[in-house]
Design a protein around this ligand. Sequence first.
Ligand code: 9MG
Length: 278
Amino acid sequence: MQLDCNGKLLDLSRPQVMGVLNVTPDSFSDGGDFFSPEKALAHALDMEAAGAAIIDIGGESTRPGAVEVSLQEELDRVIPVIERLQPRLGVPMSVDTQKPEVMRAAVAAGAGMINDVNALRAPGALEAAAGCGVPVCLMHMQGDPRTMQSAPEYDNVVDEVHGFLAERAAACRDAGIPGEQILLDPGFGFGKTVEQNLALLAGLAVLTDTGYPVLVGLSRKSMIGKLLGVEVEERLPASLALAVLAVERGASLVRAHDVAETWQALQMCIALQEAGKG
Ligand code: 9MG
């Protein structure tokens, strides 16, 4: 399965890594590391060389408690980076944004996918994404980043996340986005307790059975810290384990900070799948 991402292809016939590029001063694990355009560019090229099949570029942190940034600030952070990477990257870029104006400007600058943690619910976002003509990733989030971790509640987290994503996918199709351009994401850590995250991972087949490719973001997330008592910079082994567990349950795309290590882990899943044992 190949997705056309604004002229660059994303091959989802096998699991792939989405490299994280946060052009922010305050993201939870790498805030400030790639805030200057030069550092952002170098990091994106490094992630491509390490095996990333797509680079996800965001200018607004979505960590719990993050403050919103203005439209102009977000544009100023991401658009110059996308413009400069467009001729230099062989792999596509996605733009991590909730704002319709950023979606349009990013795709005009060369981005090939929209990654919206708000599942295109902002006013005008659905229409903007449909007009852009690129694939979209719809993520589930209960609440918003400022409040989402205060007391998340579900009767059945797997059914509720599935129902929400199915409804958003239908809204996308009604707005003219073809089904082949839709990815789903359960939104690990976005308004979920550790137990709810684990239930979602255990029940991931409910999402992969929809036929839409499933993206997961588990890299360095706080559920690892809460379960194991380890700091952000010590979460690589658990992040790799979670990536493999997600791929074993049918995930197609793994959003990760540590691209080389994650790609190495996924290649073992692929080897087993290709040997007919996976
Ligand atoms: C931007 N961002 C941060 N975490 C994420 C996750 O888990 N999934 C997606 N799609 N985007 C994320």
